[in-house]
Design a protein around this ligand. Structure first.
Ligand SMILES: C[S@@+](CC[C@H](N)C(=O)[O-])C[C@H]1O[C@@H](n2cnc3c(N)ncnc32)[C@H](O)[C@@H]1O
Length: 332
């Protein structure tokens, strides 16, 4: 990653750069009224390794503060599109302690004696490994060893928390209004949803796309898509696009196709696209490919560097690109 002069990190953040730092600090460096589209997906509060410093409270503050900044950096009439999956389950101390268990698990199958025998045979095995050996869930192992998992305090009862609702409230508070709401129908995430098998809850297989509008003149151009594109997705509420396969510990990324649809619908070539949670650089890479200008921000230096490489690779691949300017490098 090429380093900018130190002064750059406190000066104005100009197009065609990836800045490394907190989304709020860095977005505050963008000249007001210059962003034509913000497109992002925040950390989802799913307990992933890269989210370990976030509590619900600090996440909510991040959303409120960042959306308030959007109301300044977006051009009047421009959009901020937020992609988020709701945090499906959240411990709720107000709920009675349960039990919350699948009835067949309570009646038969693996017994406490089976678990004790497996423990004796494999003293170093984890709960998960014992569960695998016995062909049951790790909750069953916990229940057989310690009574109800809920009574043991291991799994407090949960309720659904709609993080998308918090984002909508934060946007409205900032003066950005929900213009449209679509659903990204993705690949069902069976592996991420251990609880799906032991509850009536649906598997995680869709995400929200919330289109917020900064009030102002909005001249829409139906000519940005052709007739078939409007019919197939431009006018459709559900976008069926497979998820990007990824490593469990890596930040999830949205598909290029999803970013490309939004960038094409809401901007013209040469306009500026911002992603303050740039991650793997999907938004900036797609924006670059589609001849838009771009700004990415990420708090993780490795992600910022990878996003820049991926974005500029579009250039190296000989795809159409905007004029590279002096700011086409990461900023520390
Ligand atoms: C869900 S990923 C975004 C993936 C991206 N949409 C893509 O397709 O590549 C979220 C990213 O936000 C970054 N992040 C988390 N908190 C941040 C903050 N306060 N400021 C800036 N970036 C942050 C993480 O490092 C992670 O790369």
């Amino acid at each position: 990653m090429t380093e900018q002069p130190k002064a750059a990190s406190t000066g104005r953040l100009l197009p065609n750069a990836i800045a490394c730092g907190d989304a709020r600090e860095q977005a505050a460096r963008i000249p007001p009224g210059t962003v034509d589209l913000a497109l992002w997906s925040p950390p989802y509060l799913m307990g992933k390794p890269y989210e370990r410093d976030l509590s619900l409270r600090s996440w909510t503050e991040l959303m409120y503060e960042l959306l308030a900044l959007h109301a300044e950096v977006l051009r009047p009439g421009a959009f901020a599109v937020v992609n988020i999956s709701d945090m499906r389950t959240w411990p709720e101390p107000a709920l009675p302690p349960g039990p919350y268990a699948e009835i067949r698990h309570r009646q038969g199958g693996v017994t406490a004696a089976d678990v004790a025998a497996a423990r004796r045979a494999h003293p170093a095995a984890s709960e998960k490994e014992i569960a695998r050996l016995l062909g049951c869930s790790d909750q069953t192992v916990a229940r057989r060893e310690r009574g109800s998992a809920h009574r043991a305090g291991r799994r407090p009862p949960t309720r659904v928390l709609r993080t998308s609702a918090i984002i909508e409230e934060a946007a409205t508070a900032a003066g950005l209004y929900l213009y449209d709401h679509r659903v990204w129908s993705k690949t069902p995430a069976w592996k991420n949803n251990a609880w799906t098998a032991s509850a009536y809850r649906a598997v995680d297989e869709w995400e929200h796309l919330l289109f917020f509008h900064r009030p102002g003149p909005f001249l829409y151009d139906r000519g940005r898509l052709d007739h078939d594109e409007w019919a197939e997705w431009g006018s459709r509420g559900i976008w069926k696009i497979p998820s990007v396969r990824r490593n469990e510990d890596a930040a999830p990324r949205f598909p290029d196709e999803l970013a490309a649809r939004i960038v094409r619908m809401l901007t013209e070539p040469g306009e500026l696209v911002l992603d303050p949670f740039v991650g793997a650089g999907t938004t900036t890479a797609v924006a670059h490919l589609l001849e838009r200008r771009w700004i990415g921000i990420d708090v993780n230096p490795r992600n910022a560097e990878a996003a820049l490489d991926r974005t500029l690779l579009q250039h190296a691949a000989g795809e159409p690109t905007p004029e590279a300017n002096d700011a086409s490098r990461a900023v520390h």
